[in-house]
Write a protein of this length. Structure first.
Lengths: 206, 206
DNA sequence: GAAAAACTTGCAGTCAGTGCAAACTATTAA
DNA sequence: TTAATAGTTTGCACTGACTGCAAGTTTTTC
């Protein structure tokens, strides 16, 4: 029946999914701060201790990140066509992930939940930190830049900022789709966010 | 002796400072994850309960943010000369804060500590979230942009990204001062981080 | 079918963080 | 100075997150 992996592995995936689902459902129902791990574990029919074998925190389960997304993004970076500009590469990677989330109908449900809870949001940002490091490394290599250079790091980090801003704006005014907002952000970043920037030319006096 | 405020107020400031100092010292000594609130409270000669009257979390005490910094930054936004470009305004605000931290010798000690501990870093980012909202609102108003527009939000958020990247790079290679790295980041953001960006022009086939 | 490896669970324990009520201390008014 | 008042500190009891350890179970492997 099971296509790949033994029974053991399938069961693990099942448990993980059950926990993540229960976590999201309960968080949406009761508000993320009013769910206890005990409830989540109970809903997924495992012990509390087992919950912590799968997730390091409650928040991690609620956020329910898909590890595959980072993998796919890294892959895209590495296999990008030679002439493609770095932000463009980044754009395709982001687009890919967002599309995937959207197709689940997850993007709105989960996204809104996350944006509305500081605890969740910072937990997400925290897990992004690690991603950003990996993405930066991959991008730097692709660009042929040395490890300590600013541009690749800033591209990755600013792209993250654009995504967050997009989600925030989307939450405030759901009219415009997230993807479009992200795209606008990328556009701005690409062309220059403030072409009149010039700290030393403007200070007339004093 | 006390210039302003009654004895009560002075005492509060004193206690707060004592707690923040103890928190930073102990965190540097033992690593941020191995300090307990009990130790901090003990070192500052107050009860654990009192600690929580001053700070919502352990991390908050370690980070020891100066609320004045946000105030000054907001002020700078509001009183910026009419012709000044938004990122430039942002730059002066950031510069102001960094200089202040540097003059204490705090920037390296605390900064490195923060960058090396995910818990601290995300706690810092969390408190930045709130700042970002306020700064965005102030900047949007200054720019005469409507509330939901992307540019001011992105400017603030990307500036934050630039600061984080600068600190990270500085930690990896302490040769270049943070301020210079931040400046480089701002420069890149201003001119355009990737002028060759163009998702739709590049995909030849498929 | 038995030994080995992986997974689950309960239990005991540490630590963070909160609400409450009592004790204490600065401030204010008389 | 004193008495009322308002703000602060503290202890206590409690919930809940999270960890290590030592059984138990279940899957895998031979």
């Amino acid at each position: 029946m099971g296509a790949e992996g033994g029974l053991r592995e399938r069961k693990k995936l099942q448990t993980r999914a059950a926990l993540a689902d229960a976590a999201l459902r309960l968080a949406l129902e009761k508000g993320p701060d009013h769910v206890t791990v005990e409830e989540i574990a109970e809903a997924a029919d495992v012990s509390v201790r087992t919950f912590f074998n799968y997730f390091p925190h409650k928040e991690h389960a609620i956020i329910g990140r898909n590890p595959e997304h980072l993998e796919r993004a890294l892959d895209r970076m590495r296999t990008a066509p030679a002439g493609e500009s770095p932000l463009t590469t980044m754009w395709y990677a982001v687009q890919d992930v967002l599309r995937d989330l959207e197709s689940d109908g997850e993007l709105s449900r989960r996204g809104e939940l996350i944006m509305s809870s500081p605890t969740l949001l910072y937990q997400l940002m925290l897990s992004s930190l690690d991603d950003e490091r990996q993405l930066t490394a991959a991008l730097a290599e692709r660009m042929g830049e040395p490890a300590g250079s600013t541009r690749p790091a800033l591209i990755v980090s600013a792209a993250g900022a654009a995504c967050r801003v997009a989600m925030e704006l989307h939450k405030a005014a759901p009219g415009r789709p997230v993807l479009e907002l992200v795209r606008e952000g990328f556009q701005l970043l690409a062309q220059g966010i403030d072409t009149a920037f010039g700290p030393d030319n403007e200070r007339g006096s004093s």
